[in-house]
Write a protein that binds this ligand. Structure first.
Ligand SMILES: [Zn+2]
Length: 105
């Protein structure tokens, strides 16, 4: 079995079709003004250390509208482990998983 595996690795793979390069899509960075236009006012921040798993939600009303959300990642400092850098995302939880009101006729 091991010999067959090695043999397959050495076999030259023929490409039957040429790969078609995709046009790369670029998007404007998501800003605080953009997420506020969707009613989102809070950010979720996750520590990037991979060890402490600290996370928190913080209010972002003090940030200017033109602030890109991703630019905040490298500015965050974990208050638990001291790691500089975090994953910052808009907190959409107030708009999701809301109970559906009952319709009473
Ligand atoms: Zn941490």
């Amino acid at each position: 079995m091991t010999a067959n595996f090695t043999c397959l690795l050495r076999k030259k793979i023929k490409r039957t079709r040429k790969m078609i390069p995709r046009r790369r899509e670029t998007f404007e960075p998501v800003t605080m003004g953009h997420i506020r236009s969707h009613g989102c006012r809070d950010l979720l921040v996750y520590c990037d250390s991979g060890r402490c798993h600290h996370s928190t939600a913080l209010n972002a009303d003090w940030l200017p509208d033109e602030t890109p959300v991703r630019s905040l990642c490298r500015r965050m400092v974990c208050t638990r482990c001291g790691m500089i850098g975090a994953d910052v995302r808009p907190d959409g939880s107030p708009h999701t998983n809301q109970p559906i009101p009952l319709k009473l006729n």
